[in-house]
Ligand binder design. Structure first.
Ligand code: HEC
Length: 120
C-alpha cells in the first residue's frame, strides 16, 4: 500500500493505529444479546437494587458490605446456587426472616441479578 506523499509520519502512524483499534475492538455495540450465564441485565439488577435498599440493606449492609453484623456476606453467595438463594429468601434462614410474603418471583429474580453484581 502506498501512502500519499502529503501525509506526515505522525499522520501515517495515527492512521495505522486507527486501523488496529478498529480491527481489535470487539463488536460490543452490535446489539448482541448476552448468552445465558453472562452478566445479568442491568435493568433487572437496578430493580433488584431498589428492592435490596428497602428490604435487605438494614441487615446486609450498603452495597452488600455487612456492617459487622451476623448477616451473611451476599457478595460471597455462590453464583451457581440460585435455587438456594430463592429458598432462603422465600422461607428465611436462621436469624433472617422469610420474605415469601413481601417479594414475588419477579422480585426475587431482580434481587438475584443484583446479588450477582456483588454490589458494584
Ligand atoms: C433482619 C435482618 C435481615 C434482613 C432484613 C435480610 N436478611 Fe438475609 N440474612 C440475615 C441473616 C442473619 C442471615 C444469616 C442466616 C444464617 O445462616 O443463619 C442471612 C442470610 C441470607 C442469605 C444466605 C442464605 C443461605 O442460603 O445461606 C441470603 C441469600 C439472604 N440473606 C438474602 C437476603 C435478601 C435478598 C434480603 C432482602 C429481601 C435479606 N436477606 C434480608 C439477615 C437478614
Amino acid at each position: 500500500m502506498q501512502w500519499p506523499r502529503s501525509l506526515s509520519l505522525s499522520s501515517r502512524l495515527l492512521c495505522a493505529l486507527a486501523i488496529v483499534v478498529a480491527v481489535q475492538t470487539p463488536p460490543i455495540l452490535a446489539g448482541q444479546t448476552p448468552a445465558a450465564g453472562d452478566a445479568p441485565s442491568p435493568d433487572l439488577a437496578a430493580r433488584g437494587r431498589g428492592l435490596y435498599l428497602s428490604h435487605c440493606m438494614r441487615c446486609h449492609g450498603p452495597n452488600m458490605i455487612t456492617p459487622g453484623t451476623i448477616a451473611y456476606d451476599l457478595r460471597k453467595f455462590p453464583a451457581d446456587q440460585k435455587d438456594r438463594f430463592v429458598l432462603s429468601v422465600l422461607n428465611g434462614k436462621g436469624a433472617m426472616p422469610a420474605w415469601g410474603g413481601a417479594v414475588t418471583g419477579d422480585d426475587i429474580d431482580a434481587l438475584w441479578a443484583y446479588v450477582l453484581t456483588r454490589g458494584k
